[in-house]
Ligand binder design. Structure first.
Ligand code: COA
Length: 314
């Protein structure tokens, strides 16, 4: 069985989807990922504003049995902006597991893209061991916090399906973060065929905004999740979170979740409480591997500001 590395433009999307459906047939969170297992979804996800995804895969008897993919994005670091790759969609069909196929696909992908730019991955408990073995290091963890959507002061807010025509602001310009211009936001949230997101901003300052999505909770309750929060300073942070609560309350959502890397204290000051990891289906740890051409020592001194919207699985 040969490992092939191809561009998404040469991918057989129907065969890809069949393998995904087999790989995730028995996971408990299948309902959540079901909308993201269609040819239409992968056609969208693997064609980004920065180019096509790269896929390493292995076929046997005409069937796809293992696959690993990476899609391009722009990453800002203290030493410049780089084309980076988010590694994900790591699967082996159940009948082919335990033979090192995932290891081979990942190694082929890392061999192809690793020298070209930073690699980013949000592994789960099954993939984390191999991700680390292939040289990725944990740079950040997104901590979840939650706040009830109590009555909030009403202000005039804009709620729309498309982003304001602005570049998302990273709160700390020295931190490492994914660059989000209007092209990226449109691709990630507006054109996503599987999920619906909303952009919320203040009428008179659309440069501070949040992207939210609704989430089903047990007992037929619903909540909101902040995918992206773009604000220049702490006052902007408070204002846009206030808008989310106002919007969520109007829709009958009981609470709002926020996933912060870096200092969650900033959110605690705004009425959020930390959510114990036991209550979360997954720990959102961000792993990265930098090309040998970058100063590895220096990368360990950087601050990493990732948000849940940076993870392709949500
Ligand atoms: C995770 C998955 C891709 C592994 O595929 P695989 O081809 O069986 O993996 P490999 O045989 O190449 O194993 C490589 C390493 O992966 C890890 N691994 C594989 N299966 C694992 C399991 N069930 N539990 C924990 N670690 C596992 C181990 O570190 C293993 O190394 P080892 O054999 O030295 O212990 C496969 O189980 C799968 O498709 N799972 C469902 C989809 C999923 O959760 N993907 C990860 C998304 S982030």
């Amino acid at each position: 069985m040969k490992t092939q590395v191809i561009s998404a433009c040469d991918l057989d999307f129907d065969r890809h989807v069949i393998a995904f459906r087999e790989a995730f047939a028995h996971v408990s969170w299948r309902e959540e990922i079901e909308p993201a297992m269609s040819a239409e979804f992968f056609r969208w996800k693997y064609r980004t504003p920065y180019g096509d995804a790269v896929i390493a895969h292995i076929a046997a008897g005409g069937r796809l049995v293992s696959s690993a993919a990476a899609f391009p994005l722009m990453l800002r670091t203290p030493v410049g902006t780089h084309l980076a790759w988010q590694v994900g969609d790591l699967i082996t069909t159940p009948d082919a597991r335990g033979q090192g196929l995932f290891r081979r696909c990942l190694a082929a992908l890392v061999g192809e893209l690793g020298p070209k730019g930073p690699l980013i991955c949000f592994p789960n408990r099954l993939s984390i061991g191999e991700i680390q073995r292939q040289g990725f290091c944990c740079v950040a963890e997104l901590r979840a916090c939650v706040r009830q959507t109590l009555v909030v002061r009403a202000s005039k807010i804009l709620v729309q399906d498309s982003p304001p025509a602005v570049q998302a602001k990273a709160s700390d310009p020295r931190s490492v973060c994914v660059c989000k211009d209007a092209d990226y936001l449109n691709w990630r949230y507006v054109r996503n065929p599987a999920r619906r997101y909303q952009f919320i901003a203040e009428c008179n300052s659309p440069e501070s905004f949040v992207v939210v999505r609704e989430l089903a909770l047990p007992l037929r309750q619903r909540a909101s999740v902040v995918m992206e929060l773009s604000a220049e300073d702490d006052a902007g942070w408070s204002r846009v979170l206030g808008h989310v609560h106002q919007w969520a309350q109007r829709r009958g959502l009981i609470c709002n979740f926020l996933f912060c890397s870096g200092s969650p204290l900033r959110a605690f000051g705004k009425g959020y409480i930390p959510l114990p990891s036991l209550l979360q289906p997954k720990r959102h740890r961000v792993f990265m591997k930098f090309p040998a051409s970058m100063d590895q020592e220096q990368t360990t001194t950087w601050r990493y500001a990732f948000q849940i919207g940076d993870w392709d699985g949500f």
